[in-house]
Design a protein around this ligand. Structure first.
Ligand code: ZN
Length: 166
């Protein structure tokens, strides 16, 4: 049997993650874990801290089945996916993690569909008037300055809050 192609990435807390084929599918099947744990899952979706970028509360909602376009979701799945987004944000807002959030949604070729939930922190608006137009600056700042134990604890604290409140 031929070995499946393996991809790698560096987790938000600098651990090497390896996965076969698709990271979204692998995460949904529990083939790798993040140290903060999963915030929520059911049979169809996962909710989790972003795998790579150490911004607290920067979360991903993804279907467990491999789809690449919004139109591939059933009406029921689409409603459920955005209900999970909505609930996660309401929990984070109620716990004073952040007041406002942006939502990022791509249909990249050969990429597992997901919605990103990005808190709008003051440090971001200080660096960029338009956060979504300057994601590279925002992510680079986080990767350079937020890879430390205190921040990893904050990521875990927020994930725990969301998990316990869901
Ligand atoms: Zn996938």
């Amino acid at each position: 049997m031929a070995a499946e192609p393996v991809g790698t990435m560096l987790s938000y807390n600098k651990k090497t993650i390896t996965y076969a084929r698709c990271p979204g599918c692998a995460y949904g099947r529990h083939e790798f874990h993040l140290d903060c744990g999963m915030a929520y899952e059911n049979e169809r979706f996962t909710l989790s801290q972003d795998f790579e970028v150490p911004i607290p509360g920067f979360m991903i909602v993804a279907p467990k089945r491999h789809i690449e376009m919004l139109s591939e979701l059933t009406d029921e799945e689409r409603n459920e996916m955005f209900s999970i987004v909505d609930k996660a944000v309401k929990i984070m807002r109620a716990n004073h993690i952040c007041e406002r959030f942006d939502y990022i949604f791509e249909e990249k070729e050969s990429r597992h569909l997901h919605v990103w939930i990005l808190p709008r922190y003051d440090w971001m608006t200080e660096r960029a008037d338009d956060i979504l137009a300057n994601l590279e600056i925002i992510f680079e700042h986080a990767l350079t300055h937020f890879r430390n134990e205190d921040n990893y604890k904050e990521i875990k604290r927020i994930t725990d809050i969301v998990r316990n409140s869901f």
